[in-house]
Design a protein around this ligand. Structure first.
Ligand code: HEC
Ligand code: HEC
Ligand code: HEC
Length: 370
């Protein structure tokens, strides 16, 4: 007997299969437990889909030329220690056995980094992996931060546990940093300060070249405002939002006051004379034809004394200042109640003008005045 395949029969067949599938799911016989693992074929299929997707989406990504600067590695390692190591482990630090029971389980990236290109790693870290527990970057638009993480992931498999600890926790670790930084802090703030000190140092000077902005010498008002903005998600950073959000609000206020009490620390920096001259012109006179006001009208010594919500720029790392201006220009930075002022100003600055102004402020040791 032959059965002729008609459209009607095919449709009925598909409907019967769908119904059967639904009934099977409804019966509850299928296990969704992570303990029994996937069938090998399911495992193979899921990873094949993941690899193909990552490969195709990475085609439009272009890696920066230098992924080896100490500042990038320190920024990546600092975040890895709290944001990734609990699932993936780290050099000298085994994986959490609880996370190893998740399905798929997170690979131990220090030993088994996988053969991804930097662009593919960028794609995975920026967007995460659906249905796997691998989270997306908290602020996916901060591509500068995602590259810092990729730089660290590339270097981690060759890294000794000692180098990793120094990069992730700073030269003064744990109790030492707490003892040094905690003078004047009480209770909870004393403990929570150790987290900030990993990256910013107990005195707010930062470490590893330009890895972290200098906090010492900044006003308490500005620091507290910046921390609230990070904690509430109004200023976007995959590296700073988590520590601000996991720290108690009262402790954050005390820590802001602690850093504001530390003596200012102008970072020694130098730059090309022509660039500095251009930067000084913009800082003192603005760019009237573009509607850019003089930076010193808000960031000069007299203005800072008048309005503690304005940050000091002098002696800050040039690279940090330039990045913040670029973020405003691209609509990616928020901040405190007056940050909209900076959005309007930064939008009107060309990248080379922003670079010049950043370099001039960075090389000033004292608060400049107009
Ligand atoms: C909650 C646990 C968890 C956290 C936190 C986590 N991951 Fe993952 N990650 C996973 C899991 C699970 C996978 C496996 C995904 C898969 O097999 O499809 C994974 C996969 C990856 C991969 C691809 C590895 C490979 O060879 O397949 C990279 C790279 C990665 N994670 C980096 C990171 C980084 C960087 C961070 C921190 C910013 C991070 N992960 C945070 C769970 C986590
Ligand atoms: C993993 C490293 C890391 C940790 C931990 C960390 N920070 Fe930060 N912090 C950074 C980085 C990187 C930036 C620059 C963020 C950006 O580019 O948006 C920053 C920026 C800041 C700023 C803004 C500075 C400015 O000039 O606007 C403040 C304030 C700050 N951090 C305070 C803290 C406090 C307080 C803690 C502890 C609760 C802390 N940070 C924990 C890395 C860290
Ligand atoms: C009208 C006042 C005003 C003027 C003029 C001004 N700024 Fe600002 N600037 C601010 C305020 C307010 C903030 C803090 C924003 C926030 O809440 O995060 C800021 C922040 C910044 C920051 C970020 C600092 C940090 O620690 O993250 C940079 C960089 C900066 N300004 C550069 C400039 C430059 C360059 C100029 C001149 C072209 C300029 N500003 C002119 C008010 C001003």
């Amino acid at each position: 007997m032959t059965i002729r395949l008609t459209f009607r029969r095919a449709a009925l067949g598909v409907a019967a299969l769908l119904l059967g599938g639904l009934l099977f799911a409804w019966s509850g016989v299928m296990t969704i437990g992570a303990s029994s693992g996937h069938w090998p074929v399911t495992e193979w299929f899921l990873h094949w889909v993941m690899r193909s997707s990552v490969r195709t989406h990475a085609l439009s990504v272009k890696a920066p030329e230098d992924l080896s600067s100490p500042a990038l590695l320190a920024r990546g390692a600092g975040h890895y220690a709290t944001g990734c190591a609990p699932c993936h482990g780290a050099p000298g630090q085994p994986q959490n056995p609880v996370m190893q029971q998740s399905l798929p389980s997170p690979p131990p990236l220090a030993r088994e980094p996988g053969d991804w290109t930097p662009e593919e790693r960028f794609r995975i870290v920026q967007h995460g992996v659906r249905y796997s527990g691998m989270p997306a970057w908290v602020a996916p638009e901060r591509t500068d931060e995602v590259w810092a993480m990729v730089a660290f992931l590339q270097a981690m498999p060759q890294m000794s546990p000692e180098t990793y600890r120094r990069l992730a926790y700073g030269p003064e670790q744990g109790e030492e940093a707490q003892a040094h930084g905690a003078a004047g802090l009480r209770g909870l703030a004393r403990e929570e300060m150790a987290d900030c000190a990993r990256c910013h140092g107990p005195d707010g000077r930062g470490r590893d070249n330009a890895a972290f902005p200098v906090l010492s010498g900044q006003s308490e008002t500005y620091l507290a405002q910046a921390l609230t903005a990070f904690a509430e998600g109004k200023r976007h950073s995959g590296i700073m939002q988590p520590p601000a959000a996991r720290t108690d609000a009262a402790a954050l206020r005390e820590i802001a006051a602690h850093y504001a009490r530390q003596p200012a620390f102008p970072v020694p920096q130098s730059a090309d004379a022509a660039l500095l001259a251009e930067g000084e012109r913009i800082a003192r006179a603005g760019i009237p034809e573009e509607g850019v006001p003089a930076c010193l009208s808000c960031h000069g010594g007299a203005a800072l004394a008048r309005n503690p919500a304005y940050p000091r720029l002098h002696g800050q790392h040039a690279g940090y200042l330039e990045t913040q201006l670029a973020l405003w220009r691209e609509g990616k930075r928020g901040g405190g109640p007056f940050s909209v002022l900076m959005h309007t100003i930064a939008e009107r600055l060309e990248p080379d003008q922003a670079k010049a102004a950043a370099a001039w402020f960075a090389t000033r040791r004292e608060a400049p005045d107009q």
